[in-house]
Design a protein around this ligand. Structure first.
Ligand code: NDP
Length: 297
């Protein structure tokens, strides 16, 4: 059996960052503008620490300014809202990202609603969600944006293809379904209450898994030749690597899926690296729009 082609998200993301770096340099040369991204981290969740550090490093690497705001675990909601208000008003800040999850005394919906939608580079504000749902020009969540870039790169025009998205979260499944619909796919959204998930998946020319369940989607759920995008990032025990060791796997059972799919994103090295690259792309887009410039120039 022929093996699926690997969609190399790591290489794709590196290319995208080079393009962004060129555009940042040009923006600086022609207009004297340096895009700035502010990241707010409340508390000391170890996974969030790693994400924030990587975001900061890559922001600087493409020539943007990075502003990191670290607040203690016991920060109250008013203090976070106050910081967001200052970042909204700061002309050097074009993108604002509040790292989730927030400590329990803070309502993340209140914080996300306080971010200026024009600076909402995560695309989580209801204004941006609404613009996406109604075909307007807002900021699109980073992970779904990265998935679309890889799909367009691999398949070109997506018109008429059957797309199945497993998962309906506000940060991945739902926005991705809207993007696929806007690209003229026939879109099915499946979730934990869907009946006969394997059969639904078998109809997909494009199958996206955004569930959070290790290796749930099996090879025989995949239509021969389908393009599979695995968004899941799950850490599972890996005793074969030594006691107490772990490894990352996706929501798709990669070994069996590889024998059915036409192309597939690996985990790690697929969707993951694209997410931060798209955060930088969104920051560039936000900067251009704030300054009345066309981001596609
Ligand atoms: P959520 O937990 O918010 O959503 C999971 C979705 O999967 C829900 O809609 C849920 O259905 C559905 N689901 C759960 N169990 C089943 C099942 N047995 N059958 C069918 N559907 C099911 O997760 P996220 O969307 O935030 O993330 C999904 C995965 O993607 C996670 O592994 C996460 O780590 C990863 N991720 C990766 C990113 C990246 O950069 N690559 C970025 C963001 C997330 P229901 O709504 O009915 O409960």
């Amino acid at each position: 059996t022929p093996m699926a082609q690997l969609i190399d998200g790591k290489a794709f993301a590196a290319n995208l960052r080079r393009t962004i770096a060129d555009q940042v340099a040009q923006l600086n040369r022609d207009h004297g503008i340096t895009p700035g991204l502010a990241v707010v981290l409340v508390g000391n969740d170890p996974a969030s620490e790693v994400y924030v550090r990587n975001k900061g490093r890559q922001t600087i690497e493409v020539g943007m300014q990075s502003f990191e705001h670290r607040l203690p675990q016991n920060t109250d909601e008013a203090q976070v809202l106050d910081l967001v208000a200052r970042l909204n008003a700061d002309p050097n800040v074009h993108g604002i990202l509040v790292q989730l999850p927030l400590p329990e005394q803070i309502d993340s919906a209140h914080v996300l609603a306080a971010i200026d939608p024009k600076k909402d580079v995560d695309g989580f504000h209801v204004i941006n969600a609404g613009l996406l749902a109604t075909g307007g020009k807002g900021l699109v969540p980073c992970t779904p944006l990265g998935c679309m870039m890889m799909l367009h790169d691999h398949l070109g025009d997506l018109s008429g293809l059957d797309a199945v998205v497993v998962g309906r979260s506000n940060i991945v499944g739902k926005p991705l379904a809207h993007l696929l619909l806007a690209a003229n796919c026939t879109v099915t959204i499946a979730h934990s209450r869907s009946r006969d998930l394997p059969d639904i998946c078998r109809k997909a020319d494009i199958l996206v898994a955004a569930v959070g369940r290790p290796c749930m989607i099996k090879g025989d759920w995949i239509k021969p030749g389908a393009t599979v995008i695995d968004v899941g990032i799950n850490r599972i025990p890996a005793p074969e690597k030594g006691e107490g060791k772990s490894r990352l796997v996706g929501d798709v059972d990669f070994a069996s899926a590889q024998k059915h799919a036409g192309a597939i994103t690996p985990v790690p090295g697929g969707v993951g690296p694209m997410t931060i690259a798209c955060l930088l792309a969104n920051t560039l887009t936000a900067t251009c729009r704030i300054h009345g410039l066309d981001p596609s120039d």
